[in-house]
Design a protein around this ligand. Structure first.
Ligand code: M6R
Length: 611
């Protein structure tokens, strides 16, 4: 984050960093140019509160220009030395950086040859020293910065300040996010609008390979070559309170509770007279009607949202629907073309793997539709069309409401394509729309029905492994349940298609091993229900402890399950919205029972902006 203005610079930076901390939290630092012209840098390994405590004990002098950073380590471990900002020009210039400067080793060798020295293992310090060297030569921050960024390869967002130019913050971006917040007599730079939304909702997007020179009352954006650019302005819809914990024990608890609203907001304005409408979708209907394949690209939870929706999409649209992990997709010489609709799903809209996959797909001539939650994000801006989920800011690292909103948006897309291609009967469309409209209340019901889960999680606090089983549309939900448990409770967890167990993984079953089984509806999916009951018997025979997630009234499962968590009735394709809720709550409660940080699990960052 960068700031220039008359406000309490350190306060602005620290509150902004608090909202950005989900992006990385292994160390944090600030640089403030004091009013008497001294560059003050303070940085500490550990979470932001370590830095905040240090600043309370040893305050900085007031100033009106500054930078702040939270780090997720790439080059060099999370130490004070490796934390940002890094300095150049004999401690007179400070630099913060997201991304990876891929040619840093070559630049470092050049600088070492010239007699410069380094105190950290980071690529960022190389940038700071190089910009510092250019400043010594040019005595102009903008010129020194421009000369340097043109030499960097890879992905980066870089911000810099120099004590000889108080009031000025320079920034640049390539393949990594950076947004401007335009205030009244103060301006902001940040990798996400969340950092400044408490001060202003007026934002400007900075494009690829562009840089900005910002003061309290001026903003100048140019290309790396110096061509002036008119940045695209947008209004931030989120209000500051949406990213506050507001009395909840964790952001995750708050965000799970917001799932009904997130789905309702994603549907809002897109269902009219029993049909789906997408006002303002830049992709023309003719191109959408002509698709002969849908390919969903995403990572992590977003990929499970894609997998979940692929069952409905294939059925409604009548074309093959594939889901690929973005980072695998690019390196397999994929066969795609102008009639493949590529759907890039990303909550943040900044996941580098998905961004790169999206660009690759566009180069192959495929139309790309982004499903994103964050306004103005890079993937949303670069795609040919964007369908925003309106889940509001998701702060906890583990994705919850974003998953439900992504599945809802993809279902809308499936219905829309089905309408255009006339592959969906009126009756099926009407039923599906009614099911979608009923979802917020039903998800609320699933939240109420999950009240016994904290107790269950408590007795499982010492569990070393958990399995999740599902079939058909509930299979991706099993994968998602396992991912939640891995990332939040550091427990080995695996999700399996229930029918696959007998082909090998059943060997994992030890007596007492907890296995969550996601039950299909006995009324509407009787055949599958019977199959899953057989799968349960196979694992119980080997000593598994079965926790069934079943629709209310499913008495057939009772004799086979040690515990049953009920969810409201819905039609089978819509059951993931309900079954996922207890799994999210279970992972959160188990993390809490183990005394772990629910919102910021170890080793992770929410937005993964490196490949
Ligand atoms: O921002 P994105 O949706 O592109 O993020 C993709 C994944 O990194 C993300 O879903 C991740 O798997 C979640 N933190 C898991 O809870």
């Amino acid at each position: 984050m960068g700031y220039a203005g008359p406000g309490d610079t350190l306060g602005v930076l620290l509150s902004g960093l608090q909202r950005l901390e989900y992006r990385g939290y292994d160390s944090a630092g600030v640089a403030v140019i004091s009013d008497d012209g001294e560059l003050q840098v303070r940085k500490r390994a550990g979470k932001l509160n370590v830095l905040v405590d240090d600043l309370h004990r040893h305050p900085l002098k007031a100033g009106h220009t500054g930078l702040g950073h939270t780090r997720w380590a790439t080059h060099g471990g999370p130490t004070d030395e490796n934390a940002h900002p890094h300095v150049g020009d004999h401690g007179r210039l400070a630099v913060i950086h997201n991304g990876i400067i891929e040619n840093y080793a070559e630049l470092k060798a050049e600088l070492l040859d010239e007699g410069f020295s380094f105190t950290s293992e980071t690529d960022t310090e190389v940038a700071a020293v190089l910009i510092g060297r250019e400043y010594e030569r040019l005595h102009d921050l903008e010129a020194a910065f421009r000369a340097s960024v043109r030499r960097f390869e890879g992905a980066f967002t870089l911000l810099a300040v120099h004590q000889d130019e108080p009031g000025v913050v320079v920034g640049a971006r390539r393949n990594s996010p950076l947004v401007i917040g335009r205030g009244k007599g103060e301006n902001f730079l940040a990798s996400d609008v969340a950092a400044f939304v408490a001060h202003t909702t007026h934002a400007l997007a900075i494009g690829q390979d562009q840089m900005v020179v910002l003061t309290a009352d001026s903003i100048a954006v140019t290309t790396f070559d110096g061509e002036p650019v008119e940045p695209e302005a947008f209004e931030v819809e989120w209000d500051a309170s949406a990213a506050e914990k507001g009395g909840w024990s964790s952001f995750m608890a708050k965000e799970i509770s917001e799932e009904p609203e997130a789905v309702a907001d994603t549907l809002r304005g897109r269902l009219r007279d029993g049909k789906v409408c997408f006002p303002g979708l830049a992709l023309p209907d003719s191109a959408l009607a002509a698709v002969d394949r849908v390919l969903i690209l995403a990572c992590g939870t977003a990929s499970y949202a894609g997998m979940t929706a692929s069952y409905a999409l294939e059925r409604w649209v009548g074309v093959p629907v594939d889901v690929q992990l973005s980072h695998e997709f690019r390196y397999r010489d994929p066969v795609i073309g102008p009639r493949t609709l590529v759907v890039a799903v990303s909550q943040s809209g900044e996941t580098m793997d998905t961004l790169m996959a999206t660009r690759y797909a566009q180069q192959q001539g495929a139309p790309v539709l982004a499903v994103c939650n964050t306004q103005g994000a890079t993937i949303a801006r670069e795609a040919d069309g964007v369908l925003y989920t309106h889940a509001g800011p998701e702060v906890a690292v583990a994705s919850t409401k974003a998953y439900s909103a992504q599945v809802a948006a993809l279902y809308l897309l499936g219905l829309y394509l089905g309408q255009l291609r006339e592959t969906l009967s009126d009756a099926e469309r009407t039923d599906a729309v009614a099911e979608l409209e009923a979802l917020p209340d039903r998800i609320q019901g699933a939240l109420h029905a999950s009240e016994g889960i904290p107790q269950m999680a408590h007795w499982m606090a010492d569990t070393r492994a958990v399995l999740f089983l599902g079939r058909n549309v509930l299979y991706p939900v099993a994968l998602e349940g396992a991912l939640k448990l891995k990332e939040l409770a550091y427990i080995h967890a695996e999700g399996f298609a229930a029918g696959e167990l007998k082909h090998g993984p059943i060997a994992l079953i030890d007596p007492g091993l907890p296995v969550f089984v996601l039950m299909p509806s006995p009324r509407r999916s009787a055949e599958l229900h019977a199959k899953v009951l057989s799968n349960i018997q196979e694992i119980r025979a080997r000593g598994a402890r079965v926790i069934a997630v079943a629709e209310v009234g499913d008495t057939a499962v009772l004799p086979y399950a040690d515990d049953v968590i009920t969810v409201p009735l819905t039609s089978p394709l819509f059951s993931p919205f309900l079954s996922v809720v207890p799994l999210q709550i279970f992972a959160m409660e188990l993390s809490t029972a183990k005394g772990l940080d629910v919102d910021q699990p170890r080793n992770l960052a929410k937005s993964v902006t490196v490949e």
